[in-house]
Write a protein that binds this ligand. Structure first.
Ligand code: E4P
Length: 228
């Protein structure tokens, strides 16, 4: 499993990148608004994220248009920002049509706001490079978001979608709307390719009380060695 950071906050991205396990970043309009982002600075901000993580790390930048023509136009503009930009497109009819066109033009797409197996299969057939099923938002309405991720991973695994994607790449499932380290555990067990996590969840993922306790006792015992 690979880990993406789900944020538009540059300091969080810099910190997570320094940990050595970051494979990408996902953003969305809400995350950009949360850091006080303005329309005029959007493209520069995305470029800064791309520069921090480097060309090998995909950075998802979301379109906000509602028609296929506008999504394609916006997607092509976003793709110009940097080679590692992935265009994020909502899972809806206009989004599917735009994804097909963008994929035909060699632009990688992350289909977002995906909540079902049929949506995921359509997204993969339309040429999406990444598909993002949301967990937490299902949980918010008292439904099982993890179950949907498991179903989507299993269903996509039954077929070969490489004829649809840019350069015949394998479509990857990004478990999104992740709210806890346990979500990450369950997604890894179900075989999700990627989890995109907010920075507070990433911090929790590295923590364990037994690690802290073990480290404390090792350090204490080492003091005895030093004082022999
Ligand atoms: C995914 O790409 C989205 O940006 C994100 O995971 C949404 O998470 P939320 O439901 O916590 O807003």
């Amino acid at each position: 499993m690979k880990f993406f950071l789900d944020t538009a906050d540059l300091s969080e991205i810099e910190e997570a990148a320094s940990w050595g396990a970051l494979a990408g970043v996902t953003t969305n309009p809400s995350l950009y608004a949360k850091i006080g982002g303005k329309l005029s600075g959007f493209y520069d901000h995305m470029k800064k994220i791309c520069d921090i993580v480097g060309d090998d790390c995909p950075v998802s930048a979301e379109t906000v248009a509602m028609t296929r023509e506008e999504i394609v136009r916006e997607g092509l503009e976003l793709a110009e920002i940097a080679p590692n930009i992935v265009v994020k497109v909502p899972t809806m009819v206009e989004g599917l049509a735009a994804t097909r066109e963008l994929a035909n033009l060699g632009v990688r797409v992350n289909m977002t706001l995906c909540f079902s197996v049929p949506q995921a299969i359509l997204a993969a057939r339309a040429g999406a490079r990444y598909i993002s099923p949301f967990i937490g938002r299902f949980d918010d309405i008292s439904e099982d978001g993890l179950e949907q991720v498991g179903n989507i991973v299993a269903a996509l695994g039954n077929y070969d979608f490489t004829e649809s994607t840019v350069n015949g790449e394998q479509v990857e499932v990004i478990a999104a709307s992740v709210r806890s380290a346990n979500h990450v555990t369950q997604c890894a067990l179900m075989g999700a390719d990627i989890a995109t996590v907010p920075f507070p969840v990433l911090k929790k993922m590295i923590q364990h009380p037994l690690t802290d306790r073990g480290l404390e006792s090792f350090m204490k015992d080492w003091q005895k060695v030093l004082g022999e």
